[in-house]
Design a protein around this ligand. Sequence first.
Ligand SMILES: *[C@@H]1O[C@H](CO)[C@@H](O)[C@H](O)[C@H]1NC(C)=O
Ligand SMILES: *[C@@H]1O[C@H](CO)[C@@H](O)[C@H](O)[C@H]1NC(C)=O
Ligand SMILES: *[C@@H]1O[C@H](CO)[C@@H](O)[C@H](O)[C@H]1NC(C)=O
Ligand SMILES: *[C@@H]1O[C@H](CO)[C@@H](O)[C@H](O)[C@H]1NC(C)=O
Ligand SMILES: *[C@@H]1O[C@H](CO)[C@@H](O)[C@H](O)[C@H]1NC(C)=O
Length: 263
Amino acid sequence: MCTILHRILIVECACTPVRFFAILSMQRSGSGWFETLLNSHENISSNGEIFSVKERRSNITSITKTLDKLYNLDWLSSAAKNECTAAVGLKWMLNQGLMKHHQEVVEYFNRRGVSAIFLLRRNLLQRYVSILANDHDRSTKQLNGTHKAHVHHRGQADVLAQYKPTISTKSLIAELKRSDKLAADALVNFKTIRNIVLYYEDVVSNRTKLTDVLDFLKLPNIKLSSRHVKIHTKRLRDHIDNWIDVYNTLNGTQYESFLNGRR
Ligand SMILES: *[C@@H]1O[C@H](CO)[C@@H](O)[C@H](O)[C@H]1NC(C)=O
Ligand SMILES: *[C@@H]1O[C@H](CO)[C@@H](O)[C@H](O)[C@H]1NC(C)=O
Ligand SMILES: *[C@@H]1O[C@H](CO)[C@@H](O)[C@H](O)[C@H]1NC(C)=O
Ligand SMILES: *[C@@H]1O[C@H](CO)[C@@H](O)[C@H](O)[C@H]1NC(C)=O
Ligand SMILES: *[C@@H]1O[C@H](CO)[C@@H](O)[C@H](O)[C@H]1NC(C)=O
């Protein structure tokens, strides 16, 4: 039986139910990479950071309108595929109106049957290095005068990785606490939504996690691929200018395990 959510189709995909998802994440947590992996699946269409545009998240009315457009399959983007698209979604950062309007969004997700894919990062110090390096590149535009948040070539990644931030040890703990709390609050706020929780580090080291995601979306399991190249690949100490200070700041605290991070 085809309802409005089950498009009646022409050639090969007779009557495919379309599932809705949202990748809920934070900046510099591997969600760009993760989304390209999902989009390499012929049945998935993930439409990027739709809410990076401020007007779309200025109030709950705008948010709902934008989500309706996406999940009514009226969103036009390069990620739009064809009749065979069986899962449609977006990438939504916690600080893009999502936490601010969480009650209404939970109500919307439950009403429309939207599932959440949390993509979080275990090592928040590594994430912080990535944030600082990305901010630096935004202002210095190291690759031929263009800012690149993600790269596709090792050579470009190596250029970006040369920059070693000096981390303010005064605000470091507060900074880590802030992002730790944001992630924890998000898990609580959205716990009534059908969801799966992934950690970037686990997906990197264990590709079977991607099978979990495809199972979660009830899609055929195929090998996913991305052209994104990791920027920071050395030991963490080689990516931070004032490593000793950072080490001494975190040693003996609840965040000391972050110091052992490789990526
Ligand atoms: C919501 O935001 C949109 C876009 O910024 C604006 O045009 C509209 O007037 C706002 N509506 C309310 C109820 O504030
Ligand atoms: C996925 O897409 C292929 C064609 O690209 C189609 O044959 C298949 O039925 C689709 N699978 C699902 C679950 O929609
Ligand atoms: C900069 O541009 C030149 C010419 O377009 C190209 O050959 C080179 O690879 C680019 N360098 C980087 C770091 O992207
Ligand atoms: C890899 O991920 C799968 C799926 O979540 C899990 O069952 C398995 O235990 C993981 N393997 C390791 C070595 O952590
Ligand atoms: C880390 O802290 C412990 C005590 O909490 C201390 O014994 C150790 O020497 C510290 N490590 C370094 C490298 O300073």
